[in-house]
Design a protein around this ligand. Structure first.
Ligand code: PLP
Length: 455
């Protein structure tokens, strides 16, 4: 059972001292502090006001195996007793770190046999950034330094991560994005291509990448980076023909292909990796979140043999973190992957709960506020519109309806995220079909309650 906290005092201290992530601190002050989440089990979180909330976001796209896994607690305690920390700087490694690298290599079917550890998805992408630029330098093509990314992509919050990402609001800090990163259009059919056939739009978006490559000169381009399915951008599922064309363009111009699997890895899309779902094979794959189901911070950057062979010609790669390969995080990640495999969570998502979520979401299509529902595996979105025929948004611009519906979902017992006017979801992979019904039922109720507020 949870401890008996003084919630009012915690909220007071939250306002006085704590600066929450990606937040408007004045708004939180006006609200009298953050919602305090005290404990959780399975697919439900509990807050300090006694609310039990279905966690439609798996924490922050990460608690794939659900809450309350005693064996993860035990494996962490065991590892902490044996060796709570050691680094990988001194020509040293620890057993869980090496075993986890081997495990990740085997999960990529040996195509990405080398693994560098970090603590967060952002750091995994910082590693990508430095590794790729160093690789081209060592390979004798030092001009290849430019990364191509997409507007509205999310690759993290560090200086390199946020620059690789394409969120304009996050670039609104002086000096960002850093130079050497080119952003091209995203494959967001519902918002940007509805006057076109989906496949034609997919081709147009892939062509935008090639056009930019030709514009800046292929000899200057190092890599293309993309999330197989954009997560934080609003669960944007590209047209089926988009990614294979992107891969062909990268191969044609000798550019590295990087799939950011921070959200899409570890079964989220119904296959182990999002790149399998979209049908491409990357040279580098950053991952985090589902790697440990969020029980401890850990991320990894998996890399092809070809790239590491070149890196080995360059002496030290002077990059790394105190917590690279943290033994406790690695031990937890190893056991977490064991749970995912033992319980068949990838297959369950691909064959059972993913298709069930898609069907359940589709029942919302008759709602007057719903412009589109979409999902892949257990990653889904509902587009809220003022006019179903034209896709026009409430208030004339995006971002009016989303927060209203999101808040109504939370008030009705479902944690989801409102990204502009999309309600997005990413529940734990252990969610049952009955819980999916609950999730979709609450969204319908929230939509119903939103109608009088919006019209
Ligand atoms: N890359 C992707 C695709 C993400 O979705 C995220 C976080 O949501 C990140 C990178 C950054 O991860 P972190 O917040 O652990 O730094």
């Amino acid at each position: 059972m949870p401890r008996n906290y003084d919630i009012a005092e915690l909220r007071r201290l939250d306002v006085a001292h704590h600066l929450p992530a990606q937040a408007d601190w004045k708004e939180i002050e006006n609200l009298g502090g953050s919602r305090i989440i005290t404990h959780a089990e399975g697919c439900y979180i509990h807050d300090g006001d006694g609310n039990r909330i279905l966690d439609g976001m798996a924490g922050l796209w990460c608690v794939n195996v659900g809450y309350g896994r005693e064996e993860l607690v035990e494996v962490a305690a065991e590892q902490m007793r044996e060796l709570p920390f050691y680094n990988t700087f001194f020509k040293t490694a620890t057993p869980p770190t090496v075993l986890l690298a081997d495990k990740i290599a085997s999960l990529s079917n040996g195509r990405l046999p080398h693994v560098f550890f970090n603590s967060s998805g952002s750091e995994a992408n910082d590693t990508v950034f430095r590794l790729v630029r160093r690789y081209w330098e060592l390979k004798g093509e030092p001009k290849r330094q430019i990364f191509i990314s997409r507007w509205n992509a999310y690759h993290g919050s560090t200086v390199a991560g946020v620059s690789l990402g394409g969120m304009k609001a996050m670039h609104a800090t002086p000096g960002l994005p850093i130079p050497g990163i080119e952003h091209v259009r995203q494959p967001y059919w519902f918002n940007e291509g509805r006057d076109m056939d989906e496949e034609a739009f997919g081709t147009l978006c892939a062509q935008a990448i090639e056009e930019r490559i030709l514009e800046v000169g292929p000899e200057n381009v190092a890599a293309f980076i993309g999330e197989p399915i954009q997560g934080a951008g609003g669960v944007i599922i590209p047209p089926k023909n988009y990614w294979p064309q992107v891969e062909a363009i990268c191969r044609k111009h000798g550019i590295l292909l990087i799939c950011d699997e921070v959200i899409t890895g570890f079964g989220r899309t119904g296959k182990m990796w999002g790149h399998e779902t979209v049908g491409v094979s990357p040279d580098i794959m950053p991952m985090a979140k589902g790697l440990s189901s969020g029980y401890l911070p850990i991320s990894a950057t998996a890399v092809s043999a070809e790239i590491i062979e070149v890196m080995k010609t360059g002496g030290d790669f002077v990059h790394g973190f105190t917590y690279s390969g943290h033994p406790v995080s690695a031990a937890v990640a190893l056991r977490n992957i064991e749970i995912i495999q033992r319980e068949g969570l990838v297959e369950k998502t691909g064959n059972e709960t993913g298709p069930y979520l898609a069907k359940a979401l589709a029942t919302l299509n008759d709602h007057p506020l719903v412009g589109q529902t979409r999902s892949v595996g257990l990653l889904g979105a509902v587009e809220i519109v003022a006019d179903k025929a034209t896709g026009a948004r409430f208030g004339g611009a995006e971002g009016t309806a989303g927060p209203i519906v999101r808040d109504l979902c939370i008030a009705n017992g479902l944690m989801v995220r409102g990204i502009r006017d999309s309600i997005v979801m990413c529940p734990p992979l252990v969610i049952s079909t009955a819980q999916i019904d609950e999730l979709v039922g609450i969204i319908r109720q929230a939509l119903d309650e939103a109608v009088p507020r919006l019209r």
